[in-house]
Design a protein around this ligand. Structure first.
Ligand code: GRF
Length: 220
């Protein structure tokens, strides 16, 4: 049984998708703790409902990022995770923290990385007039949203989209993408070595492109 710790800041719908998938698919993985920098995060309530231990490490209690990162690391360590996954975790993590979890730290980002790192991806995609958008799961490295990408899912941009509508369609896909990639990790199918992603022992020259079929609204 591999041990997962989730880091969240808010709604936690991706966390919920992972929790639901783990129980439905009886994968050999368990979310052993959910840690948030925000005590009001809805995701904490989702975790409690699922009987998962929660912790809060509020970034406002620390004078700088290094001390916050150290406190976060201390909060994570007792749970001895095989994998830490970021699910809407809205703090930038420093290199020292990230390097401690090399190869066992994942993030989901709402864009087709390497395009649109950072925030407000949906509005930026619309402003650019792109026809496609999507989400990516990647190993976290010190470069923000810049670590090796494992898999992506694309979503068509519609002419009448606004950022909220587009975000909701991307989110529906995220809820399938993240549990799938975490399942690969749990099954020992995906790993990182020297900045190179391996899937089933084959180096990936580009991310796996997944297609779950688009549906109309996200389960928030
Ligand atoms: C998702 O869009 C995720 O890709 C991004 O932040 C959002 C989190 O949503 N990193 P939720 O908290 O999982 O509902």
């Amino acid at each position: 049984m591999i041990r997962l710790v989730a880091l969240i800041s808010g709604r936690g719908s991706n966390l919920q998708a992972v929790i639901d998938a783990l129980s439905a698919q009886s994968l050999a993985a368990e979310v052993v703790a959910v840690i948030s920098n925000n005590s009001n995060a809805l995701g904490l309530e989702r975790a409690r409902q699922a009987g998962i231990v929660t912790r809060v490490v509020d970034h406002r209690d620390y004078p700088d990022r290094a001390q916050f990162d150290a406190a976060l690391h201390q909060a994570i360590q007792p749970f001895a995770p095989d994998l830490v996954f970021l699910a809407g975790f809205m703090r930038i993590l420093g290199a020292e923290f990230v390097n401690q979890y090399h190869g066992r730290l994942l993030n989901i980002h709402p864009s087709l990385l390497p395009a649109y790192r950072g925030l407000n991806t949906h509005a930026r995609v619309l402003a650019a007039g792109d026809l496609q958008h999507g989400a990516s799961v990647h190993f976290v490295t010190p470069k923000l949203d810049g670590g090796p990408v494992i898999a992506r899912v694309a979503v068509n941009v519609h002419p009448d989209d606004d950022p909220e509508r587009l975000a909701a369609r991307v989110l529906t896909q995220e809820h399938q993408l993240y549990p799938m990639v975490i399942g690969w990790f749990a099954a020992g199918r995906v790993r990182l070595h020297n900045q190179q992603v391996y899937l089933d022992d084959h180096p990936l020259s580009q991310p796996v492109e997944l297609d779950f079929g688009e549906s109309s609204c996200a389960a928030l």
